[in-house]
Design a protein around this ligand. Sequence first.
Ligand SMILES: [Zn+2]
Ligand SMILES: [Zn+2]
Length: 763
Amino acid sequence: MASARSIKVHGVVQGVGFRPFVYRLARANTLAGWVLNGEEGVEIFVEGADNGLKAFVRELTATAPVAAHITDIEVESSAPVGCNDFTIRESRRKEHLTARISPDLPVCEDCVRELFDPADRRHLYPYINCTNCGPRYSVILALPYDRPNTTMRSWTLDEYCASEYHDPGNRRFHVQPVACRNCGPEYYLQAGDTTIRGSETSIRSAAAMLAQGKILAIKGVGGYHLACDARNASAVQALRNRKYRKEKPFALMAKNLGAARSLIKVSAETEALLTSTARPIVIASAKANLPEVAPDNNELGVMLPYTPLHHLLFAAGAPEVLVMTSANRSSEPIAFDDVDALARLSGIADAFLIGERPIARRVDDSIARAGTFGPTVLRRARGYAPSAVTVFPSKRPILALGADLKNTVTLVVDGQAFVSQHIGDLEHFDSFQALQQTVEDLVSMYEIRWDELLVVHDCHPQYASTAHASALSSFETRSVQHHRAHIASVLAERDEWNRSVVGVCFDGTGFGDDGTIWGGEVFAGSISEGFERVAHLRRAILAGGDAAAHHPVQAAAGFLAQLDELPDVTAAPFHFPERFQSAMELIRKGVRTFTTTSMGRLFDAAAALLGFTRETTFEGQAAMWLEQKARVAPFADAYSFPFVNGELDFRPLLANLAKDRFVGRDASKCARAFQKGVALSVFNAATILCREYDIDTIVLSGGVFQNELLLEDLKSMFGATPFQVWTNHTVPPNDGGISLGQAALASFGQFDDAESSNRKESV
Ligand SMILES: [Zn+2]
Ligand SMILES: [Zn+2]
């Protein structure tokens, strides 16, 4: 007897070959009906024999395409309507679009096989892709995800590609970026005035140039890379000089897993990340010695090839380990537009390998590591964004604008929290424009009405994101405090809206409730009830404001000024430069001084005492240097860092460190004792507060918790206790996670501004 089912599938189900999969599944089970991309996901109607329907529903989840991520399926019994066959219907528009946009996918094994098969039509064709792989978010111009709404719209399918595109039994059925050499885009090489046309020739020439030690700008999925032979020290050094990037580590791309194993220690967890569909840059302990790639660092960041082009370059003879760094100068955002790339990178790259397919938006490589508490994303971009990371209980539309450093934005639509790609540091105008574009993109793609939107921003009055929030014509604009947002981000990832926790937030800089610079804060509370600040780092003076973040000795001044006894730090073994005395002078006069509880600056002060007395060239450098130093020492007892009356008192910690260094104790052992002291202090404060507030869960977030050694120490300290410790996994512990936390607190009405501020009349 015939019956029927109406089925709705939610999650990442568009642009991942879901409809052809449904088509084949229905035919295999002799069912009639239809499938279409609705605005809330994929809608299916099937009718036929009961056992066929049962098998269909079962296999729908069990055998779904690799790139699909099903969050929810609704199955309802229906009356049969007498369909004759199964069809794929046109996309239908309705009121809201919450069907998720898929992140970009790495080239799949089937396509790699065809890529190197001389008999295949797409032999050596750099834009090969299929239902299971290829670009998505980086080519989408608008929803629904159909060819005319992608950057492939100017290439018309030839007969061959069209026949695949329209054949439900084919792997490329309804694959929007499908193309072949006969009808699709190509790569070409631009070296000075010379242009080499034809993908095959240009890729071979590019590989040869890389092997000769040249620097190439190579167009990828979400932007340009600058590439060179990682084992050619002079090429890497030339890249550093031309890019004005003195010390920040470069990312590497290894030809394959074997080459990756020669560079880093690849644990099972690291391998899982390396080969995951996001293909992030994975940070792990270095095996290879490449000092020009990562100066003063015992770790390397490595990724595997993820586009057909990467595979072609290696096959054409490119060195098996390449530096693959975002194409920009210093900390500017990555170039993704061809004209812009040629202009900005002309003094850096010897040649440009340019692909004709335009990039719709800038999407950097993601960065992750197999952390002590589990896999952790440190930069969330290609392969992850803009997936929803969680579902809020509240359906209110919210746009959270994040912080100014490592900016991301979060848009909440029908409860689903979509976190954008890493946008960058908003002090760069390009990044600020990228923020504007990303906001426009997400709000228009999901067809959210501005006058319904609650916009949330940081409390910092001078943030560019704060200014942008008030420039938007939203229904309401509110603010959420920086460090509360960090703690909320960990809980939001886990859908823990009501869980009471003790939240320890350590980072560099955030605007506090009292207008001072916070960064060593402990909270008690929950997302739904809000977080109360219950402890903090002892206050110190920060001399000279923002500049102190780049000069560890300047940051150190305000902390060391509080010590009763201090050796002469301008003499051996410290050799603090003149800047230290100038900072001390500002503190004595009370000129250009700020109050801070920043744990990041405390790490800077310790690093200065241990020998890092120069200017930093990237954020967090001194703390990273200290961690690397501490790792070398096998063991050391913790320096005292007492928790008294809600205050973490750094004075004994720094006094002991200074004294030990003065008497010539090994800097690595001192660094180890410092790190251990910080861990023990967090452990003591958190357990005392947990008992006081009857809480059993501790949350750690903020940039300082990117310090793996600190996490390792904490894990072993908490191991024998009944407390559970939660850290970030899906969004970064650094400021890249702030927007999710802001949105979470806002959805429960937990704001940190004056009541009902900035509420605009609905129009
Ligand atoms: Zn494929
Ligand atoms: Zn074609």
